[in-house]
Design a protein around this ligand. Structure first.
Ligand code: 4NP
Length: 152
C-alpha cells in the first residue's frame, strides 16, 4: 500500500480537493490518500462548500471528508506528503525530525511539473472561479502523479 497525504493550511479548500482528485485516479486497493491542514482553525469540519461544489461538478464527492491537523506521526504513516504552497512546505518541514522526513515533503505542482505555477493559490478569500482554477491545476498534477505511480 502506498500512502499519500495532501496538506494545505486550513484543510478545507485545497487539500480535500487534491485528496478527492488523486483518489479518483488510483486503485483503492493499492493507494491510500488522506489530507490534513497545518492550521487548527477548522478541525472536525467538512470541506468548504465551494470545494465540495467544485468537486461535485466534476463527479467527485468530497463531502464526507473531515478536517484534521497535520500530526508528527504523519511522517511515519505516509510515503509522500504533498503540500500546496511554499508556506505549507515551510510549516511541515519545520516539524520534520530528520532528513528522511524532509525528503517526503514535496510541492505538488513542482513534483508534477504540469504548470508554470509552483504553488496552488489559496482560494479561501476568492470566488467560484478561483476554486475552479485550483481544480484545474490539481487535476493536471494528479493525472501525472497517478500515471507515474501506476507505472512503477
Ligand atoms: P486551504 O484554505 O488552506 O486551502 O484549506 C484556507 C482555508 C481557511 C483558512 C485559510 C486557508 N483560514 O484562515 O481559515
Amino acid at each position: 500500500m502506498t500512502k499519500i497525504l495532501m496538506v494545505c493550511l486550513g484543510n478545507i479548500c485545497r487539500s480535500p480537493l487534491a485528496n478527492g482528485i488523486l483518489e479518483s485516479k488510483l486503485p483503492a486497493e493499492k493507494f491510500e490518500i488522506d489530507s490534513a491542514g497545518t492550521g487548527d482553525y477548522h478541525i472536525g469540519k467538512a470541506p468548504d462548500h465551494r470545494s465540495i461544489a467544485t468537486a461535485k461538478a466534476h463527479g467527485i464527492d468530497i463531502s464526507n471528508q473531515k478536517c484534521r491537523q497535520f500530526d508528527l506521526s504523519d511522517f511515519d504513516t505516509y510515503d509522500i506528503i504533498y503540500v500546496m504552497d511554499q508556506s505549507n512546505y515551510n510549516n511541515v518541514v519545520k516539524l520534520a525530525r530528520d532528513e528522511k522526513d524532509i525528503a517526503k515533503v514535496k510541492l505538488i505542482l513542482e513534483d508534477a511539473a504540469t504548470s508554470k505555477n509552483l504553488e496552488v493559490p489559496d482560494p479561501y478569500w476568492g470566488d467560484t472561479k478561483d476554486f475552479e482554477d485550483v481544480y484545474t491545476l490539481l487535476d493536471a498534477a494528479c493525472d501525472t502523479i497517478a500515471s507515474r505511480l501506476t507505472k512503477s
